[in-house]
Design a protein around this ligand. Structure first.
Ligand code: AP5
Length: 208
């Protein structure tokens, strides 16, 4: 099964994707995580992407599309992919459709995790992530509750950058809601509830 997780920054896409792959054998493909690894490793892609990410702007489509195309050719993508943070533009959405058609594995669902703006700003400015295992938590976690690793704050989780990311989302990504509705793939989930309640709706929507 191939699933796109849509939603504003901080809606909880990564949190839900991690729960899903704990219980099902899908690949969690987060373009944000792939880009952050590229920045950390100072690859040519990372060096090009860093300034866009620090500003909360989108990394150019061609870089992202090539990165995703390469990743979904790998063996661990064969059982299905949860696309988290991709596509984010109409160009990316069309490229994904054509790539999946070529692989003979079309998209099954586009899940919109819906959360309002003010909730999101609070969530992102207090988000902390584990350096060791990637657990997503908050500033209430002194260390990682899963592996005791160090929790850090992402460079783009300051309020000014978060507000720009939300504007970019409205301009470039929110139009994809209608794109997927038109293809009858869209399911909307209220993301402003406890994580486990959101997850229960997600697995129900996916028929898992
Ligand atoms: P990316 O890493 O994709 O960031 P994002 O879309 O802004 O999404 P986030 O990771 O911030 O949020 P999320 O929805 O996953 O929420 P989370 O589960 O962490 O992208 C970063 C940058 O990379 C972009 O700005 C861009 O520059 C570049 N980029 C990436 N993909 C790109 C693409 N396709 N094209 C171009 N550029 C691209 O949760 C957030 C917080 O809320 C956490 O603290 C969590 O614990 C908490 N939380 C989650 N669910 C709940 C809940 N139900 N109740 C209470 N708290 C909750």
């Amino acid at each position: 099964m191939n699933i796109v997780l849509l939603g504003a920054p901080g809606a909880g896409k990564g949190t839900q994707a991690k729960k899903l792959v704990e219980n099902h054998s899908y690949l969690h493909l987060s373009t944000g995580d792939l880009l952050r690894a590229a920045v950390r490793n100072q690859t040519p892609l990372g060096l090009k992407a860093k300034a866009f990410m620090d500003a909360g702007d989108l990394v150019p489509d061609d870089l992202i599309i090539n990165m995703v195309k390469e990743r979904i050719q790998e063996d661990d993508a064969k059982n299905g992919v949860i696309f988290d943070g991709f596509p984010r533009t109409a160009t990316q959405a069309v490229a994904l459709d054509s790539e999946l058609a070529e692989l003979g594995q079309p998209l099954d669902f586009a899940i919109l995790v819906d959360v309002n703006k003010e909730v999101i700003i609070g969530r992102l400015t207090s988000r902390r992530t584990c350096r060791e295992c990637g657990y997503i938590g908050s500033d209430a976690d002194a260390s990682c509750p899963k592996c005791s690793g160090e929790m850090y704050q992402r460079d783009d989780d300051n309020e000014a950058t978060v507000r720009n990311r939300l504007d970019v989302y409205e301009r470039s990504t929110a139009p994809l809601i209608d794109y997927y509705r038109g293809k009858e793939l869209l399911v909307t989930i209220d993301g402003d509830r406890p994580v486990d309640d959101v997850y229960a709706d997600l697995v129900k929507a996916l028929g898992l």
